[in-house]
Design a protein around this ligand. Structure first.
Ligand code: CS2
Length: 442
């Protein structure tokens, strides 16, 4: 039996405390992967459980129909399994109403964005989904392509303007530095090229707040789905598995209404930057280092590498001595306690977070995770032994037999092959050129 609204569930499985059938969709979410389902959709489910109305989510997949095939037969319902060493808790999420596969039904995506009930379009399209050139500007050729978020949002905005419906909040939930400003700026670049009449309206009517999003969500495996089926006595093809921890810090700058996410654990703040920088440089920076160093040492999972007595001190140094000093903490933000908490989270033995999942898209992740920290120290005449070891491990990874899943895979492999790999990767005109001048650092 497939999970659905009529599936009798065990009492231990928490269920939505609101009438799903009467909620309008207030959010269109582009890039509805496991992360969104374990994070923003849970906060939104909680907000509706606390009495907010009409914040149903219409999910969009830009490339494949897989998530639509998983969730639509279940009327958008799926479970989140929260796993720790001690226990697994299951919960049914009702916030997602349906999923649109953009390649199959592009007009439905535009209509959803244009609907007067929609107030927020949010995004988890991963770093590469923003289609930036190495200098940070929009890759216009890619942005006019079939699976570009910009095309759909621009068409939806044009329809809103034509119909006299107000603007939208564009909410980036990806691990980019200044994700809100980046998304807003790129969207504006796209409009200036494709629909210049919309630019002034966009500036006036739309907002793109910054967010810091945090929850570790490994890709769901067949084994996970089987374990969930054993508890539910029903098949949940949309199941996601995550940790207990969850954090969401959001810049309070919306174009219109929003769910009361702050009533259910999110933090609405004036400035997200200190949280975002700490998260990118400490959590994600450590993650990428764990991935490449761990793979080189023959590990498969995060919880195993962090228990490796050779690697753990490297990661502690990376977080405490290299990343933390570069961050101007917000009042009450304790970076040392943050490092302690991250070590505990990385050690969660129930998660089975694959290093290869984190290792993908290194060219898109490394700049904000490592290079800004390296440049900060270099400007002060200091070395970063742990991050430099991580850079060496990334190059070793690019030279290894591991599959390289990265939009620049071929160029990276070629650049890494020779003796001048550092220069070709990070030097002036390199593939991920940065302010960090590696020739001075080595
Ligand atoms: C990870 C992140 O895959 C990766 O690159 O570093 O997905 C990480 O698990 C999340 O950002 C945690 O919030």
């Amino acid at each position: 039996m497939r999970l659905g609204p009529d599936t009798p569930l065990p009492l231990s499985v928490r269920q939505p405390h609101y009438d799903r059938s009467v909620q309008a969709a207030g959010i269109v979410h582009i890039g509805i992967g496991a992360f969104h389902r374990a994070h923003q959709a849970v906060y939104t489910d909680d907000a509706m459980g606390a009495g907010d109305r009409d914040w149903g989510i219409i999910g969009v997949s830009l490339r494949s129909g897989d998530v639509a095939a998983q969730l639509n037969p279940q009327q958008g319902l799926y479970t989140v399994s929260t796993r720790s060493a001690a226990e697994t808790e299951l919960r049914l999420i009702g916030a997602v109403q349906k999923v649109l596969a953009a390649p199959e039904n592009p007009q439905a995506v535009i209509n959803a964005i244009a609907a007067p009930t929609t107030h927020i379009v949010s995004f988890t399209v991963t770093e590469k989904g923003y289609l930036r050139r190495p200098d940070g500007s929009l890759d216009l050729a890619a942005a006019t392509g079939r699976s570009s978020l910009y095309r759909f949002v621009a068409a939806g905005l044009a329809a809103r303007k034509a119909a006299g419906v107000g603007g939208l909040t564009l909410l980036s939930c990806d691990n980019l530095a200044a994700n809100g400003a980046v998304l807003g700026g790129l969207m504006r670049e796209y409009l200036a090229a494709a629909l210049p009449d919309l630019v002034d309206w966009f500036d006036r009517e739309c907002r793109s707040p910054a967010t810091m999003i945090d929850r570790i969500v490994p890709a769901t495996t067949d084994g996970d789905r089987t374990a969930v089926e054993a508890i539910l006595a029903a098949r949940d093809d949309g199941a996601v598995v995550t940790e207990g921890f969850s954090q969401w810090v959001i810049e309070d700058d919306f174009a219109g209404p929003r769910p009361r996410w702050e009533a259910v654990g999110a933090e609405l703040v004036a400035d997200v930057a200190p949280y975002e920088t700490a998260k990118l440089r400490m959590l994600n920076g450590a993650h990428s280092a764990l991935a490449y160093i761990g793979l080189e040492r023959g590990h498969e999972f995060v919880h195993r590498v962090i228990a490796d007595p050779v690697v753990r001190p490297v990661i502690e140094t990376l977080m405490r001595d290299e990343a933390a000093p570069t961050i101007t903490a917000a009042p009450g933000q304790d970076l040392s306690a943050y490092a302690d908490a991250l070590l505990a989270r990385f050690g969660n033995p129930a998660l089975h977070h694959r290093l290869l999942q984190i290792a993908m898209d290194g060219s898109q992740k490394i700049p904000q995770r490592w290079l800004e920290t390296l440049a900060w120290h270099q400007a002060r005449g200091q070395h970063c032994p742990s991050l430099e070891a991580a850079v060496a491990a990334w190059i070793a990874f690019l030279r290894s037999d591991h599959p390289i899943d990265d939009p620049l895979a071929d160029q990276l492999r070629e650049a890494a092959a020779g003796p001048d790999a550092i220069e070709k990767l990070f030097g002036v005109g390199g593939l991920i050129a940065s302010e960090w001048r590696p020739e001075l650092a080595t």
